[in-house]
Every structure is written in structure tokens, then in C-alpha cells.
Unconditional design. Structure first.
Length: 68
């Protein structure tokens, strides 16, 4: 029996949606998300695990609104 390529083995601590994080793999969708160092730091403090892509994109959009 083969397992799925990307099992939804993680759960987003922000929205509770199941997702797969590839941060420990060569390739993760979050590599496309450009978060500021300050935002990454605050996320690390707030959450002990990765967030789903939807939340990362939402944070990226919200954060880039006034920082440019
Ligand atoms: Zn999420």
C-alpha cells in the first residue's frame, strides 16, 4: 500500500485546518511565501508549529499592506 505523497499530517495552529508542511523536505509551498524576519519571529513566539499556506498568505498580505 502506498501512502499519499503529501499526507495532511499537520494541523494549522491558527485556523485548525489540516495541511502538510514540507519544511523538513527539499521543497515546501511556504518557500514561496516571503515573510519579514519580524513577522517570522512573532509567529515563532505565538505558534509552536508551522502554519498552513492559506494563513501564511493571509499574514503576508496583511503585513505587506503598510510596510512598503
Ligand atoms: Zn491556517
Amino acid at each position: 500500500m502506498t501512502t499519499a505523497k503529501q499526507p495532511l499530517d499537520d494541523k494549522c495552529p491558527r485556523c485548525g485546518e489540516p495541511f502538510h508542511c514540507g519544511a523538513a523536505e527539499p521543497r515546501c509551498d511556504c518557500f514561496d511565501i516571503n515573510l519579514s524576519a519580524a513577522l517570522r519571529q512573532s509567529l515563532a513566539v505565538q505558534y509552536s508549529s508551522c502554519l498552513c499556506i492559506a494563513c501564511l498568505k493571509a499574514l503576508q498580505t496583511a503585513n505587506s499592506g503598510h510596510a512598503k
